[in-house]
Design a protein around this ligand. Structure first.
Ligand code: MG
Length: 306
């Protein structure tokens, strides 16, 4: 299988949104911008900046407009933001973003708890958001969470996630990102999920959003790679804990993913040293140690002899 690995992988960096929104302490806007700018400097070209949700839902991201306005623009770098509804989209348009993302869960209970909507109502809302966004010549990505398991319902049906994915792609999303939201996935399960999706969805329209809560994120990523998936979401230094297990790891760390890919000869366009520097900045911005493995151990490089 390993002879079928892709030559290049596209990384969607989610730390400024998915990472920071889970931080308990408020983060100042300048700190967020230091992080975003360091991520851009490292060569990442797809960065999820923020979320245009109502500030009363996620006070941590109440500065969405300012972050979007002040982030370092560079040729070839696309910034995106989550938009839960048309009000959020209007804010994203006003902020000059080229891409937005919609999000829902494949578990009814998780969707209700997370967004206070049924899956059906979420899809109706997004139909309107997507149509408006496409009319503005924006690209729309979709996140489907709890594809590997739900904190309330346990194991979820990937067939339901597939139905939702096909509906979102049919509405005009260019890619669906499948989330292992609570980090429970194991490789054979990942194989089953990816194989099911790839029967119906072209590989370039699929992404994996893996969490490393139980240490399986890279093993699951490798399965996706072998099956032809070439887009992965990740968060520098593993920023963004698991919301259901305080203190536990959440998002797959970008450095860990890049280290593994580069070690296998797969290009990412990212400079690992500069990415590690961005991870150090992330740590100072949030003021706590972050769980990424490469973040903690550093790159594999001989030490200078004394
Ligand atoms: Mg995540």
């Amino acid at each position: 299988m390993l002879d079928r690995l892709p030559a290049r992988v596209s990384i969607v960096e989610v730390s400024p949104r998915d990472g920071l929104q889970n931080e308990a302490a408020p983060i100042d806007t300048d700190g967020k911008l230091r992080l975003v700018n360091a991520l851009v400097q490292s060569g990442l070209t797809r960065i999820e900046l923020t979320s245009f949700v109502a500030p009363r839902w996620v006070p941590q991201l109440a500065d969405a407009e300012e972050v979007a306005r002040r982030a370092l623009r560079r040729e070839g770098v696309v910034f995106s933001a989550l938009c839960p509804n048309s009000r959020g989209l209007e804010r994203a348009i006003a902020a000059g973003l080229d891409e937005v993302a919609v999000f829902l869960s494949s578990s009814e209970t998780h969707n209700k708890r997370n967004t206070n909507k049924s899956i059906k109502t979420s899809l109706e809302t997004f139909a309107e958001v997507i149509e408006m966004a496409l009319g503005e010549r924006m690209r729309v990505r979709a996140y489907i969470s709890t594809v590997w398991g739900c904190p309330y319902e346990g194991e979820t049906d990937p067939g339901r996630a597939l139905e939702i994915a096909r509906e979102l792609l049919g509405l005009g999303c260019y890619q669906v990102s499948l989330g292992d939201t609570i980090g429970v996935g194991t490789p054979l399960q990942t194989r089953r999920i990816c194989e099911l999706f790839l029967q119906h969805v072209p590989a370039e329209q699929l992404a994996l959003h893996l969490h490393d809560t139980r240490g399986t994120a890279l093993a699951n990523a490798l399965i996706g790679l072998e099956l032809g998936v070439t887009t992965f979401d990740a968060s520098v230094a593993g920023l963004g804990g698991c919301p259901y297990a305080p203190g536990a790891a959440g998002n797959l760390a970008t450095e860990d993913l890049v280290y593994m890919l580069h070690g296998m000869g797969i290009e990412t366009g990212v400079d690992l040293d500069q990415l590690i520097e961005a991870g150090r900045i992330a740590e100072t911005v949030v003021g706590r140690r972050l769980p990424g493995k490469v973040h903690q151990a550093g790159p594999n490089r001989p030490r200078n002899s004394a």
